[in-house]
Design a protein around this ligand. Structure first.
Ligand SMILES: [Zn+2]
Length: 345
């Protein structure tokens, strides 16, 4: 079968690899019908050092179940399923608490460790009963782009909003106008935010953010950005910050624009070791939360809004490629020519 392999920065290829197959009794095999390229895939695309081996890429997919292991009970051959970016057993203490990304038998797709990537024709799914979520639509349903976001970006934007304690009447800022930030705007609007400030500088993305419910745009950076947000919020800053970038500057800005007693929900993979602004964070009682989103737990809540058309996160996809077009998809996202690329193997 064909699959996407990353060798080093800038060197991503679609190659023939051994067919994915059932290995453990709890596995399922899916034929990937939709996948996509994630903003987090761009980090190895920019930074991966050559180490002689390639890494199978991709952690977001919808597929059709082609085979199941002998212990699989809830998932059936022929089901159309959402594949969350993390696999999980659905039965451990953390899964019961809704934190599937800390599952004691879990792990992440497209990150090595014997599990393949989703930018491929097919994929082995460990812990299939706990991981996969069957959806009541055909494999080519018109809602596919929005349904695909439930495997990562929409659930991740929602997680940022939950961690930042977004609720009715809250003033919210979203840092980052990538696909996750844009989904964060949808999530904040959905949870009843009164004001949503999108912080970014790409006109097409900011326009989409406004369509999703952003009320204000701030394109300044650093100290200017902080001043602008304070101006827009009566001088105190926002109750909730959705940090969807992962750099230390984004984190420092998050703390600076949060109102005393506010909360920062971070979902951008941090590329820093120490959270900046610890002193102001302390003296202004600012909560910092977030981490890898337990998207498996959020599908239940978000799916009806997608199926009934109340939210349309699939609008973040502005390009579709075949498997052979994946390397050019990486290039386009890296060059900011595309917000998010969908892959139709
Ligand atoms: Zn678990």
């Amino acid at each position: 079968m064909r699959a996407t392999i990353m060798y080093q920065a800038g060197d991503v290829r679609v190659e023939n690899v051994p067919d994915a197959r059932i290995r453990d009794p709890g596995d399922a095999l899916i034929r990937v019908t939709r996948a996509c390229i994630c903003g987090s895939d761009l980090w190895p695309y920019r930074l991966k050092q050559p180490d002689g081996s390639g890494q199978a890429m991709g952690h977001e997919a919808i597929g059709v179940v082609e085979a199941i292991g002998r212990d699989v009970r809830r998932v059936k051959v022929g089901d159309v399923v959402v594949m969350p970016f993390a696999f999980s057993d659905g039965s451990c203490a953390f899964c019961h608490e809704g934190l599937h990304t800390s599952c004691v038998h879990g792990g992440f797709f497209g990150s090595g460790g014997g599990v393949g990537g989703a930018q491929a024709e097919a994929l082995r799914i460990p812990q299939a009963d706990g991981t996969l979520y069957a959806i009541p639509v055909g494999a080519d349903d018109a809602l596919m782009p929005s349904l695909l976001t439930l495997s990562d970006v929409m659930g991740t934007g929602h997680h940022a909003a939950v961690a930042a304690r977004v609720g009715k009447g809250r003033k919210v800022a979203v840092i980052g106008d990538g696909a996750v930030g844009l989904c964060g705007v949808i999530a904040a609007q959905r949870l009843g935010a009164e004001q949503i400030i999108i912080m970014g500088r790409h006109p097409d993305r900011l326009e989409l953010a406004q369509r999703f419910g952003a009320t204000d745009v701030v394109s300044e950076r650093g100290r200017d950005a902080t001043e602008r947000v304070r101006e827009l919020t009566g001088g105190f800053g926002v109750h909730s910050v959705l940090e969807c970038v992962g750099t230390d500057q984004a984190m420092a800005t998050s703390v600076a624009i949060a109102r005393a007693g506010g909360a920062v929900g971070r979902v951008g993979v941090p590329h820093y070791d120490v959270i900046p602004q610890a002193q102001p964070m302390f003296f202004r009682n600012i909560i910092v939360g977030g981490g890898p989103a337990p998207v498996r737990a959020y599908i239940e809540e978000l799916l009806p809004d997608v199926l009934e058309g109340r939210i349309e996160p699939g609008l973040v996809f502005d390009r579709t490629v075949s498997l052979d077009g994946v390397p050019d998809g990486y290039r386009a996202m890296d060059a900011r020519e595309s917000i998010k690329v969908m892959v139709k193997p």
